[in-house]
Design a protein around this ligand. Structure first.
Ligand code: SF4
Ligand code: SF4
Length: 97
C-alpha cells in the first residue's frame, strides 16, 4: 500500500442485498465500468466517469449515487462485502457488541 491508497475517491456501490443480478447496469454502462463475480456487481472506480446512466434503469434501486472511500478499497469486491456487513451491523458483532 502506498500513499495513493489513502486518497479518497468516489465510487458507486451496488447493494448486494437488493440487487437481483439482472445485468441491466452492466449492459447499459457506456464505458464498461460495471462487472460482476458469482455473488456481486461492482463498479470499477477507475473506469467509471460518473455519467449516472446506470442509476435510473436499475429496477431495484440497488446503485447508490456514490460513496467516498479510500482508493485502496475501491474497485474491489471486498469493498462491497464491507458495505454489506456495515449495513447489517455485523461490525458490532465482530467487536463483541
Ligand atoms: S455512472 Fe456511468 S460510467 Fe459509471 S458505472 Fe454508471 S453507467 Fe457506468
Ligand atoms: S441493474 Fe440493479 S438489480 Fe440489475 S444487476 Fe445492476 S444493480 Fe443489480
Amino acid at each position: 500500500m502506498d500513499t495513493n491508497d489513502f486518497q479518497v475517491i468516489k465510487q458507486h456501490l451496488i447493494d448486494p442485498e437488493i440487487c437481483i443480478r439482472c445485468n441491466t447496469c452492466e449492459a447499459i454502462c457506456p464505458v464498461g465500468a460495471i462487472t460482476h463475480d458469482s455473488r456481486n456487481y461492482v463498479v470499477k472506480a477507475d473506469v467509471c466517469n460518473l455519467c449516472m446512466a446506470c442509476i435510473s434503469p436499475c429496477p431495484t434501486g440497488s446503485i447508490d449515487n456514490w460513496r467516498t472511500m479510500p482508493k485502496a478499497l475501491a474497485m474491489t469486491f471486498i469493498a462491497v462485502l464491507l458495505q454489506s456487513l456495515m449495513s447489517v451491523g455485523a461490525g458490532a458483532l465482530w467487536m463483541g457488541g
